[in-house]
Ligand binder design. Structure first.
Ligand code: SF4
Length: 241
């Protein structure tokens, strides 16, 4: 289909919908699909160059070297969680055009959660009124790994995309409490991808600490950090066996 319409893979973004409706069956079906995606990318995007694939899947390449440019999400990579939120909640400011309300995000635009409103006079913006500053402070400054109840003690917190705060609010009545069915998806996806990384040889490059010709695009510190994260993760998920 990509060839037919003259598209490259970075045009395409797949993101798991993190609603509270994942089941054992739908997760199993999703992993079958992910397997297809993994094998297709390996063959058609990375041309079976595992070293290239390993460096890209580990997010070590600069945007212009990656087949998945900034803005697209490579669904066969695990996330690299930093201290900020993985979504735009902590980075973008949204102004709702109808009433110039300052919203956390499109899915958290409930009246009591709005940060405030832009004030206007004679068709010009003249100031700001506040509504829920405490919520704004929390969204903009929170550490996603310590302020999201569940993630704070989770084995996956360094490599997880984490939940959608709007979905968590709808399902749990609190944007910062994780949804167990979504966490099941991430657990199974992580286990599945680690197995694929191992079978394909991706993990060898990481644990050997070198990505050959691709080392010049990254630095030893980044590789070492990832090695520690993956080493600990595999140990945790296999109970040290
Ligand atoms: S699996 Fe759930 S609790 Fe664990 S890091 Fe991901 S979202 Fe947070």
């Amino acid at each position: 289909m990509f060839n037919k319409y003259g598209m490259t893979y970075d045009w395409f973004m797949m993101l798991e919908v993190r609603n509270d409706d994942w089941t054992v069956e739908t997760i199993r079906e999703y992993l079958c699909f992910l397997d297809y995606v993994f094998e297709t990318y390996k063959r058609d995007v990375y041309l079976n160059d595992i070293q290239f694939m390993a460096a890209d899947v580990m997010r070590l390449l600069p945007n212009h070297r990656s087949p998945f440019h900034a803005g697209s999400y490579n669904s066969i990579s695990l996330a690299s969680s930093g201290d900020n939120l993985s979504c735009s909640l902590s980075r973008n400011m949204i102004v709702r055009l109808g009433d110039l309300a300052l919203c956390p995000c499109h899915r958290l635009s409930y009246p009591h959660l709005l940060y405030g409103n832009l004030k206007t006079e004679n068709g010009e913006i003249t100031g700001i009124t506040s509504n829920n500053i405490q919520f704004a402070e929390h969204c903009l400054a929170m550490n996603s790994r310590t302020s999201n109840l569940g993630c704070d003690v989770c084995k996956l917190k360094n490599i997880c995309l984490q939940g959608c705060y709007g979905s968590q609010y709808e399902a749990r009545k609190d944007p910062f409490i994780t949804i167990p069915s979504v966490c099941s998806l991430f657990y199974e996806k992580t286990r599945f991808l680690l197995k694929k990384y191992e079978e394909s040889g991706i993990l060898n490059y990481l644990f050997n600490g070198t990505f050959g010709e691709y080392d010049r695009f990254t630095n030893k510190q980044a590789i070492n950090r990832l090695r520690t994260i993956y080493f600990d993760l595999i140990k945790e998920l296999t109970n040290g066996q």
